[in-house]
Design a protein around this ligand. Structure first.
Ligand code: GDD
Length: 416
């Protein structure tokens, strides 16, 4: 697909602690990009997809979390992939394009012909080699992965209009108030290095406008000598919008699954999508049900970490992922849930449509679940870290913050 001297790098935008607030209480313990979906950190899914890129030289994660929070994951994934993975820390949020520009010397170190930029908080099949191929046919400076969504939900995303034949991006508007199009930006891009010139261009136009408004020539001089671009630059509204309709940007439409991961409820859905995808990409990660009485009864797509202990009389699935050192007792029933590290689910408890936080325990004959609302929207019950649900307690449609003990049944509550 590419010539052998062509190198490609991938950049994954992971954001920082001031982002991902809608992901609470789960992001109180762990950076959102490391939250497990289908048993693997959220960021692992785009990283794993990068394996399919020909001539991949480097993967960079750019964010403003502390470096130590990513150190363990980054070193283990580098060894596993045999491609160097490096975390680059911004001192403060520069915006998605600002962050990219800030680290252009690192990104350009391998002299890449193409640069993938992926938002960390999207769940999709990441058709990266296909995008690279399409991008080369189009010949622009960037190609955006796009998807059709319902007209009612489109305004949560960047809406765009593309030429039906050439696929050129004709118009782009970020989260518009009035409907423009049901074709939206998936947050997955491929660029040539000219993207840095485009970011400079937009930033210098902005700086010129700002300077014109200034009365003091001293201030103008100060601004001109400041490191460039000094301000917050977003890839979507600041770069894509002005470049639309100039034969520079093109679109590649996916017909596969795509979700944005902003809330814990959606993360359960995304876990399901990735578990399903394992059937085709990583079947070894799915637990197989045994016919014997020594292994638990498995239904559908289930991931169980090798260190977790599941009693043979438990019935697990579908859409369940169980993390390290969890203990699942006799007669337990789990459907549609994420069970995090060191959790204990005791005898005959039932957990349905729920996320059970690290070190929590669910007592004997207890029930932790969520049921759909009147709009048939699936809810999720969330137990934060170290929550204890005592024996015979029922928890329905609740969010429970860390370190709480529930000794009476609760419904439709946020327990602070
Ligand atoms: N390193 C870094 N620095 N990352 C950032 C920064 C920053 O200053 N700001 C945002 N990000 C990362 C986020 O972690 C996320 O992965 C991605 O960039 C986009 O985040 P937002 O800027 O919050 O935008 P959004 O998620 O609301 O919407 C964007 O993505 C949608 C697809 O999921 C837009 O591009 C939409 O048009 C698009 O539909």
């Amino acid at each position: 697909m590419g010539t052998s001297d062509e190198r490609v790098v991938a950049v994954i935008m992971v954001g920082g602690p001031t982002k991902g607030t809608r992901f609470r209480p789960l992001s109180l313990n762990i950076p959102k990009p490391l939250f497990p979906l289908a048993g693997q950190p959220m960021v692992h899914h785009p990283i794993n997809a990068c394996k399919r890129i020909p001539n991949l030289a480097h993967i960079y994660l750019i964010g403003f979390y502390e470096e130590r929070e990513f150190a363990l994951y980054v070193s283990s994934i580098s060894n596993e992939l045999r491609v160097p993975v490096r975390y680059l820390r911004e001192d403060k949020p520069h915006g998605s394009a600002g962050g990219l520009y800030n680290f252009r010397d690192w990104i350009m170190e391998d002299n890449p012909s193409h640069i993938f930029v992926l938002n960390c908080d999207v769940c999709c099949s990441f058709p990266l080699p296909e995008m690279l191929y399409a991008h080369k046919q189009y010949g622009g400076i960037g190609t955006i992965l796009v998807i059709k969504v319902s007209a009612e939900t489109a305004n949560q995303f960047g809406e765009l209009v593309a030429d039906p034949v050439t696929k050129e991006l004709l118009h782009y508007t970020e989260k518009p108030e009035t409907f423009v199009s049901d074709l939206i930006n998936c947050g997955v891009y491929i660029f040539t290095p000219e993207i840095f010139t485009a970011i400079e261009g937009v930033s210098s136009q902005r700086a010129n406008k700002a300077n014109l408004r200034r009365l003091s020539s001293f201030e103008a001089l100060q601004s001109a000598t400041r490191s460039f671009p000094s301000e917050f630059v977003r890839l979507d509204q600041d770069i894509l919008s002005p470049l639309a309709g100039k034969k520079q940007l093109y679109t590649y439409e996916t017909k596969d699954f795509w979700q944005q991961i902003k809330t814990p409820g959606i993360s359960l859905k995304c876990s399901e999508l990735y578990l399903h995808q394992y059937r085709f990409t990583s079947p070894h990660l799915l637990t197989k049900g045994g016919d014997d009485t020594k292994s638990p009864h498995i239904v559908g797509d289930v991931y169980i970490h090798p260190s977790a202990k599941v009693h043979p009389t438990a019935k697990i699935g579908t859409n369940v992922s169980i993390s390290a050192n969890a203990r699942i007792g006799p007669g337990v029933r789990l459907i549609g849930c994420i069970i995090l590290d060191d959790v204990e689910i005791k005898e005959n408890a039932v957990v349905i449509n729920a996320i059970v936080g690290w070190k929590s325990s669910v007592g004997r004959w207890s029930r932790v679940q969520a049921v759909g609302d009147s709009n048939a929207k699936l809810g999720v019950t969330i137990l934060g870290e170290a929550v204890t649900v005592e024996d015979e307690v029922v928890v329905v449609n609740c969010i429970v913050l860390p370190n709480k003990t529930l000794n009476v049944s609760v419904q439709e509550e946020i327990i602070l």
